[in-house]
Every structure is written in structure tokens, then in C-alpha cells.
Design a binder for this molecule. Structure first.
Ligand code: FAD
Length: 455
């Protein structure tokens, strides 16, 4: 049990650590909480997020977790009066395939028993039947999935898309949020309820009848004794676990994005977050291809690349910015606080994204000078599910491995971790997201078979 005297240290003040602190305070009134970080809150992986959210996942437990998280997120946006900072245009998945049986099966499996009422088919043009973007206010709360298989309907609603797109799946419970603002609200709430923020790096953890953390702070070494710890150290969670001789089944992969002002107006400003699901070969010129093929580090670019390159307009009003991303990398890497970005990534992602939105070709070889290239670590398990719950030793918990979905999952993850820490009633998906899932061979067998939902 945790009482108000229970001292809890949360290691990491990214969105996951902050959300855990918030729900410990909000739901269980715990005020003896220390939020520890080497840097400023929300300044590491959480600052790199594209801030997109969706409830499209290939397993019902992930759908339940995300639905819960999105409801909590949207509720927080309402409480904080930040409705301008959220839009719910959805996710648009596009493919050149007519036969989408596998995709529909995945959707049905994820949505579970309600799937028949949540999937709507539009096979004939009818402008009243399907509205892509009538209103971006999330209070409209469109839900479910619209499946479009009529060329005229697709081109009318998505005029920038390549003419060979045959099917669109429009996931309606999805959009963008401003996580920095929500995190700030959570931290202010925690602070006014007595939580303490400590700037320092946890160097070691010693377990006796309590946990003693050694911290490197600006004024030297400091130690702090607590009853419980939460490992929310993001890409460093495995290192923090090792301080207690615990091995977590996680690894890190570098993923990158670019952003640039679309002054040539290639993309309509009301286009939702759009994903090209199809594998593709990039349309390099023959000269470019020759150079690529002679470089062993680049020759993979001349082969077929995975699908899921994505594009979305960033910002409302007069904003011209676009964001492009493509999580094609699978290389497990040793991490650093400043990841080394791949210098060709901007041109690669631009060319990949131009397959769905051909007007982007105008930027080939001439991205605006002020484009931004950034990236961070996807901290992952093999099955791409997070780890939320007890961390082997009594009183130790982990809340980590949020890959490319930590922003959207943060609220439900914080709430779930707080329930584990306080030994409160757990939701039915709890064990699936803890280390306990590795004992569930039938679940692990399913997870090894299904799509991992990496974007
Ligand atoms: C390029 C990119 C795009 C993404 N886009 C999306 C998106 O569109 N939607 C979405 O939902 N998710 C997205 N994500 C994923 C999301 O950003 C992450 O899952 C989330 O930010 C992880 O949060 P975190 O709190 O676990 O980690 P972090 O934000 O990394 O926080 C961990 C903190 O722990 C601290 N720490 C580590 N070790 C120690 C130590 N020893 N002592 C003290 N402090 C320590 C670090 O300084 C850090 O601040 C994206 C990620 C990347 C990289």
C-alpha cells in the first residue's frame, strides 16, 4: 500500500514520468513524490514527438489503452481550456490495393465486438455520406473508421493524393495535441500539491529496507531515500534497471523527422495526418542511383523500402509548415543524449512522401533553407508494447518502452502505473502491459504474429 507518508522517486520527467506523478497526486492524493531528471522536464525524447494520436492499433488491449489515454488527454485539454491546441482530423491510411481484407481483419480484431458498427464503407461517390474535415474541433468526437473505395470520393476529399490510390481508411479518433502544455499543467498541479522536482542524474540505486538513490547534481553528489521508485527514464530505462541488476527486454532505435515551410503550397492545409501504407522504391535519377549503389551504407536506399511514410500540415491559421516522417530504421543502437542524424534523411523522406503527395516533388534537391531535421529514440520491446508495472524487486516499478506512441499513451500509462504503485484496482489490460505478459505464452504468440503498429 502507499499512504501519504510513502516516499516515491520517479526517475525521468518526460511525459511518462510527469503523467505518473500527476495521477499519483490526482487519484491517490500522494504528495511525497520526487520527480528527478538530469535535464529540464520534457526536454529529451518527449520534446521530439510529432504529438500525433490515434486509436488504430492491431490488438484490443492496445486499442483499450489508447482509447482510455485519448479520453483522458482530451478531458485535460477541456479542463485547461486549450481547445485550440488539439485537432481531431484523424489518421488517413492510403494504399494502392483494392483488396484490403488483411487491413479490415486487423481493424476488426483491434476494435473487437463493436467493430461492425465502427467500420463504415463508402464504395460509391456520395458527397453527403462522408465528410473528411467538416470540423476540426475534437468536441465533435467522430469515432470509428471510414473506408473509401471510390476514386472520385478519394480525389474530392484528398486532392493532393496520387491518382493510383485505391483505398483510404480514415481513422477518426486521432489527431494532434500540444503535450508540452498538458505536461506543464500536470507539473503545476503536482507542485501545488507538494511534489518536489530535483535536477540531477541518478548514478546508483541501493536497495536495503528502502531505496537509496545517489544523484549527481550541480552542487555535487546528493542522496535520497525513498520507499518506492518508478523507472520512467525513457531511452535510459535499461541503464536505470541495471542499477538494480535487472535486465529489461528493451532496445533503442533512432527515428527522424523533418519540418519545413510549404511555401510552394504542395499540401492542402486541411489534410489530416496521412500515411502511405505501401512499400516503395524511391525514384532516384540514374546518376543518383549509381552513387547510392557504390556506397555500402547507402545501397539499401536503392532497394524496396517499408511503407508508412507520413506527412501532415503543422499548425493552424497562417502556418505553412509541414512535418514528414518515416520510421524505416530497424537498427538497434547505443544511445546518446544528442543522436547523430543521417544527413540524407531529409531528401529520403521527401522522396518517400512524394509517392503519396506528388506535388512534393517540387522540393526535390531544394528543400527550403530553414527546414528542420530532428530525431530521437524509439525505446521499444520486440513486440512494440510498453512496459508498465512492477519491475522485479518489491517497490520498484517501470513505465517505459513507448516507442513512437508515448505522447498518446502518456495519460493512461501514468494512470496505470499509479494504480500499480498504490496497489489499487487495476484495469483489465494491466497484466498485458507489465512484465507479466512474458509468462502469457498465448498472448506472446499472438503478438509475434500481428502487425506491430510502428509509425
Ligand atoms: C522522432 C519522434 C517522433 C515521435 N512522434 C510521436 C507521436 O507523434 N506521437 C506519440 O504518441 N509519440 C511519439 N513519439 C514517441 C514519444 O515521444 C515518446 O514515446 C515519449 O516522449 C517517451 O517519453 P518518456 O517520458 O518515456 O521519455 P523521455 O521524454 O526521454 O523522458 C525520460 C527522461 O528521463 C531522464 N533520465 C534518463 N536517465 C536518467 C537518470 N539516470 N537520472 C535522471 N534522469 C534520467 C531523461 O533526461 C529524460 O528527460 C515520437 C518519438 C520520436 C523520437
Amino acid at each position: 500500500m502507499a499512504t501519504n507518508n510513502t516516499k516515491i522517486a520517479i526517475i525521468g520527467s518526460g511525459f511518462i514520468g510527469i503523467s505518473t506523478a500527476y495521477y499519483l497526486c490526482l487519484k491517490y492524493n500522494l504528495s511525497n513524490v520526487f520527480l528527478i531528471d538530469i535535464g529540464n522536464p520534457m526536454s529529451f525524447t518527449s520534446s521530439q514527438s510529432g504529438e500525433n494520436y490515434r486509436n488504430w492499433w492491431p490488438h484490443p488491449s492496445m486499442v483499450d489503452l489508447m482509447n482510455r489515454s485519448i479520453d483522458l488527454l482530451e478531458n485535460l485539454v477541456e479542463i485547461t481550456g486549450n481547445r485550440k491546441n488539439i485537432s481531431r482530423r484523424g489518421y488517413v491510411l492510403s494504399t494502392r490495393e483494392n483488396n484490403i481484407r488483411d487491413l479490415i481483419d486487423q481493424l476488426r480484431f483491434g476494435l473487437g465486438s463493436k467493430s461492425s458498427s465502427l467500420i463504415r464503407y463508402h464504395k460509391k461517390f456520395n458527397k453527403n455520406n462522408y465528410v473528411a474535415n467538416s470540423n476540426y474541433d475534437f468536441l465533435d468526437k467522430p469515432d470509428g473508421v471510414d473506408v473509401l473505395q471510390d476514386q472520385k470520393l478519394i480525389q474530392t476529399n484528398f486532392p493532393s493524393f496520387s491518382k493510383d490510390i485505391k483505398t483510404i481508411l480514415h481513422i477518426r479518433k486521432g489527431g494532434q495535441i500540444n503535450s508540452q502544455q498538458i505536461a506543464e499543467f500536470m507539473m503545476n498541479f503536482c507542485k501545488s500539491n507538494g511534489h518536489e522536482r530535483i535536477k540531477g542524474e541518478v548514478k546508483s540505486i541501493n536497495l536495503t529496507d528502502h531505496y537509496t538513490l545517489q544523484l549527481q547534481t550541480e552542487s555535487g553528489m546528493q542522496s535520497i531515500c525513498v520507499d518506492k521508485i518508478v523507472n520512467a527514464a525513457g531511452p535510459y530505462s535499461d541503464k536505470v534497471a541495471e542499477m538494480l541488476d535487472i535486465k529489461l527486454p528493451i532496445f533503442n532505435i533512432l527515428q527522424q523527422k523533418i519540418a519545413f515551410p510549404d511555401h510552394l503550397k504542395a499540401i492542402p492545409r486541411d489534410m489530416p495526418f496521412s500515411i502511405d501504407l505501401d512499400k516503395q522504391s524511391i525514384d532516384w535519377s540514374s546518376d543518383e542511383k549509381e552513387i547510392i549503389l557504390t556506397d555500402p551504407d547507402l545501397c539499401f536506399l536503392a532497394k524496396q523500402l517499408p511503407g508508412a511514410v507520413h506527412c501532415r500540415p503543422e499548425g493552424e491559421g497562417d502556418s505553412q509548415w509541414l512535418k514528414l516522417g518515416w520510421a524505416y530504421s530497424t537498427e538497434k543502437m547505443n544511445i546518446s543524449r544528442k543522436p547523430e542524424l543521417h544527413k540524407y534523411f531529409p531528401e529520403i523522406v521527401l522522396r518517400g512522401a512524394a509517392q503519396l503527395n506528388p506535388a512534393l516533388k517540387k522540393y526535390y534537391g531544394k528543400l527550403p533553407k530553414n527546414f528542420v531535421h530532428y530525431g530521437g529514440w524509439y525505446t521499444m520491446t520486440n513486440e512494440n508494447w510498453p512496459l508498465i508495472g512492477p519491475m522485479v524487486k518489491e517497490g520498484a516499478f517501470v513505465n517505459s518502452a513507448f516507442s513512437g506512441f508515448g505522447t498518446m499513451a502518456a495519460c493512461a500509462a501514468g494512470e496505470l502505473c499509479a494504480a500499480w504503485v498504490t496497489e489499487s484496482t487495476l484495469p483489465k489490460y494491466a497484466n498485458n502491459f507489465s512484465l507479466n505478459r512474458y509468462k502469457n505464452s498465448s498472448l506472446m504468440k499472438t503478438l509475434n504474429k500481428i502487425n506491430r503498429g510502428i509509425l
